[in-house]
Design a protein around this ligand. Structure first.
Ligand code: GLN
Length: 486
């Protein structure tokens, strides 16, 4: 078996046991990248020279029998909206095409403290706005399962590299589904942790009350391992929760007997692909067969999540993206007449169409005449959705819903109609609105052999429960063992 195809857990162990050298592992992954990347186009930047330098240092430590950390020597990819010191962080935007941060995001520090090696930065929708990675200014990432289809988004690059064995794990960000939906389209595990569990320091902001960093992995156990490394309080992020550190690997137990799984029958309605529906029903049966109890629940306000999300997210984006003015950093237009013209031209030329659409929508819902009708109302509905989940979790341990209503679509199929694209987020956005943790794991394949993801949701900071249930489902199915033929 080629080294690149191993799981995160297995490769970390092989390195620690000195069965393989760190250089061999890097060689394996970079040669895999050389072979597959020309077809998939998932990386924006590769960081070979830094990676090999780090590998040498780590190997020396290991040879001296020093501790190199739980991810010692393991290659990891990073979404290009997470700041990496000295390495370009573009947000897949012309605006930041040449931006090189002078600091590392907290998650990068934590990964490196645990011995991981950053091997490259992955493609995404521009500023994480999109569901297909098509809004990237840099390139179009293809779905490794079918190169004529999108990998999902916005973290499409991260999902694609894990799915095609071009990294053992990757980080993404999830504001309205950007980890879970591409994970589902590419048949990998994608975890969106509770808001506040992972520091957002160094994550380039899209919608600050919704954004959260999380891992893409090949297995649920690997997701627990990543969470052990990246979670924890950070004084650099005021929304970071100050809780006792948990060992998430303890939750990796194949047993859900007596656990109650909530099925929101009023939320899973007609607009869902037939094969996805079938996979979902089958998932319910699988859980029943391993001893879980199935409980019908109601989430009556969840159907307003999409409208609420596209008001709150755009409002926050319009404010967050105000900083790109062509003066301080980022793209600056060449010819301009005065200051206003400089702002105008820099933003006109630096941002793509989807980002502009969000800024305009957000500015509109925050404008004095419409604030009460849209923004304030959306915040009120947000509270109702949160209350809905609170009530639901009195009846169940975890809620099961599909990750997305469809499987990966073809390039261009939805990019002409933003509303159709937004509809792909219907099952992912309620989780961000309520700040909850959720995981997408492989749950089947459609009639064209495209992956289907299923999603478990848990109450705030109940990642252990989430991982336990997801792991049990995974271990009692075979979907995660299938790999794209690339
Ligand atoms: N697809 C959603 C959007 O376009 C979610 C994006 C995200 O989670 N970053 O806003």
């Amino acid at each position: 078996m080629d080294l690149y195809s191993l799981t995160l857990t297995d490769i970390a162990k092989k390195i620690k046991d000195k069965e393989v050298s760190i250089k061999e592992v890097l060689d394996s992954v970079y040669s895999r990248i050389e072979e597959v990347e020309p077809k998939v186009d998932a990386y924006i930047t590769l960081t070979q020279s830094q990676a090999y330098e780090r590998a040498e240092k780590l190997q020396q430590k290991l040879d001296n029998n020093e501790d190199i950390g739980i991810l010692g020597g393991v290659p990891i990819a990073i979404k290009d909206n997470i700041c990496t010191k000295g390495v370009k962080t573009t947000c897949a935007s012309r605006m930041l095409e040449n931006y090189t941060p002078i600091y590392d995001a907290t998650v990068i520090k934590k990964l490196e403290d645990a011995g991981a090696i950053v091997i490259g930065k992955t493609n995404m929708d521009e500023f994480a706005m999109g569901s297909s990675t098509e809004t990237s200014y840099i390139k179009k990432t293809k779905n490794p399962w079918d190169l004529t289809r999108v990998p999902g988004g916005s973290s499409g690059g991260s999902a694609a590299v894990v799915s095609s064995d071009m990294a053992f794990a990757a980080l993404g960000s999830d504001t309205g589904g950007s980890i879970r939906q591409p994970a589902s389209y590419c048949s990998v595990v994608g975890l969106k942790p509770t808001y506040g569990l992972i520091s957002r320091f160094g994550l380039i902001a899209f919608a600050s009350s919704l954004d959260q960093i999380g891992p893409f992995t090949k297995t649920v156990e690997d997701a627990a391992l990543m969470l052990n490394v990246i979670s924890g309080h950070d004084k650099m992020d005021t929304t970071s929760a100050n809780l006792e550190k948990v060992d998430y690997l303890k939750a990796i137990v194949n047993d859900v007997k007596g656990k109650v799984i909530g099925i929101p029958t009023d939320f899973i309605t007609d607009g869902i692909n037939k094969d996805v529906r079938e996979a979902y029903d089958k998932a319910i049966d699988t859980l029943k067969n391993v001893g879980a109890k199935i409980q019908e629940i109601k989430l009556e306000y969840a159907k307003y999540s999409l409208a609420t999300y596209y008001i709150i997210a755009t409002a926050e984006a319009s404010s967050n993206l105000g900083r790109y003015d062509g003066i301080r950093y980022g793209y600056r237009a060449k010819d301009f007449e005065d200051l206003d013209d400089l702002y105008y031209k820099s933003r006109t030329e630096g941002f793509g169409a989807e980002v502009k659409r969000r800024i305009m929508l957000g500015t509109y819902v925050l404008s004095s005449g419409y604030y009460d009708a849209y923004y304030k109302r959306a915040q009120q509905v947000r509270t109702l959705i949160i209350e809905n989940f609170k009530e639901a979790f009195k009846l169940c341990d975890s809620i099961l819903i599909p990750t997305a209503p469809n499987t990966a679509f073809k390039f261009g199929e939805k990019s002409e109609n933003p509303l159709e694209m937004y509809l792909e987020d219907i099952y992912t956005v309620p989780v961000n609105i309520a700040g909850l943790p959720a995981i997408s794991i492989p749950g089947g394949f459609d009639s064209e052999n495209m992956p289907i993801g299923i999603q478990f949701i848990a109450n705030s900071f109940e990642e252990e429960k989430l991982l336990n249930i997801a792991y049990t489902f995974e271990q009692n199915t075979d979907y995660y063992k299938n790999k794209p033929n690339i």
